[in-house]
Ligand binder design. Sequence first.
Ligand code: F6R
Length: 610
Amino acid sequence: MCGIAGYVGSREAVSIVLDQLKRLEYRGYDSAGVAWRSGNGIAILKKEGRLDRLFQEVTQTKPTAHIAIAHSRWATHGKPSDENAHPHTDATNRIAVIHNGIIENYIELYQEMLQEGEVPLKSETDTEIAAHLIGREYQKTGDFVEAVRSAVRKLRGAFAMVILCEDEPDKIVAVRNASPLVLGIGESENFLASDIPALLPYTRDVIVMDEGDLAVITSDRIHLEDAAGRPKLPKITHVDWDIEAAEKGGYEHFMLKEIHEQPDAIRACLAGRLMKDGTVKLGDTLDEKVWTGFDRILIVACGTAYHAGLLGEFLFEGILRVPVEVYYASEFRYNNPILRPTDLVLFISQSGETADTLAALRLVKEEGIPTLGIVNVVGSSIARECDSVLYTQAGPEICVASTKAYSAQVASLALVALYASHLRGGDREKTARLQTALAAMPEFLAEVLRRREEIEAVAHDIHQAPLMFFLGRGADAAVALEGALKMKEIAYIPTQESPAGEMKHGPLALVENGVVAIFGITNPVTRDKSLSNVKEVAARGGTTVGIILDSDPLSAEVLDRSIRIPHIDSPTIAAAVSALPLQLLAYHVARLRGCDIDKPRNLAKSVTVE
Ligand code: F6R
């Protein structure tokens, strides 16, 4: 997500941390800032927009400092702006904080602090709440490190946080909790960063902080302790990666990195929203009367986001029993859509800038119909123009082919379905099942990733196919469209995708030796029907591959090759999880065929033309 940099030593610190930020630029950001210890205390500069804008300001200031921290922000709480850029300070401006990730309980903490006195907020961020909290703890004890320890014990969420204190000008304190943080060891100087590429020009000896670790970094020492405060011996790793490999976190392609980020992306998406008691909080959202009053949902999106929308249809219709229509945004405007005041229209977009989706949104807004955006990029056009937005929190997606954004879009739709179900009294049993499956979705995805070698082996067997079918029933049919899109866009294999039952009405004519048919069979209710379709393909010489549940040994016997996923009790979440093996299959097939995976031919990441 955002970029973190830090330095303490005898060199000019500000230019080093800004150079580190520059090396993280490829990850995307919307604003940046830097804090350093000047003669008068902590100085801070922060700017919305490109790093160059911050560099210009810094150049005019000509700072000389031996300790500095810097941050490039990818907005999560609060729009991209100078005020919301990090670092943030406490009320006394003696504590400066930069932070990646999300603090789930920032509103509760704010309210608790208010009881003790005013909290003068300068931004809309969760990070600033953490700065105030650390500042308050510091005022109580005058012990910087202890103040961080006790504040962090109160924070819930996934975060990496780096803190400076005016009164301890030789010390940086860093805490890691689910967001990565790496320390770099130099000679009489030390570094820190959210990612290894930012450290490589300076050192190749790094300490990757573990979950819950706290580090106190000075120029000649790194003190490390675990979450319980027990000192730890740092494990130093020597990194041989070149810069390009480092940017991809050691993965060969951004696509593979982003596929592997899915458990964390879903954790971030659910954090602070799906509560332990099963209730859902959407923060600032549409009026309750919209939530209880709509009698139809329209979902409008393009490409992969449209495919996520198709799963939304299963979620909403299953739980709420309201009709749902899913539209390609490029078709929507020209098909004279029937819009009614009692509709709720959802717009799904990773980039938030897709021209077709934006044009459809503007049309709906002209009619005064309530709109909800499900968007990844904070502050993007679709996010700004919808009446309300639910950010998917998947983090920046760099590969043109969308992977983690898709999973986070489905998880967001599930959150919306649960939220509406609680307000409107939706189907109790289905709601409970969806809640349980959604909470466990990160672990299901992680389990599929542990089986990645089985998936790679299947890719070896099928990568020369001249044609691939992607088939399924119900939610599996919706995911088949996404599996096919991934395969054609990055591996350039022609695909034919449809509900499995449609095969016999025409497409079956294309099946012959060498053709591969990939079936999603993740719903026990339609399993037997799908297996009949598997046999139809096999009888005509096609090779059959199935994504099946662990609990389904029978399918494995019928299929030529099978890829298992954990048993999941919600058919829509099971189907969504089955997209991950399809992403990995497409990835490995493309790799075996020598394709340019991260930048497929003819395609762009953000499609801003209609
Ligand atoms: C496919 C892919 C595209 C996008 C589509 C919509 O892997 O990424 O199909 O899903 O162009 O883009 P967004 O979600 O940015 O509106």
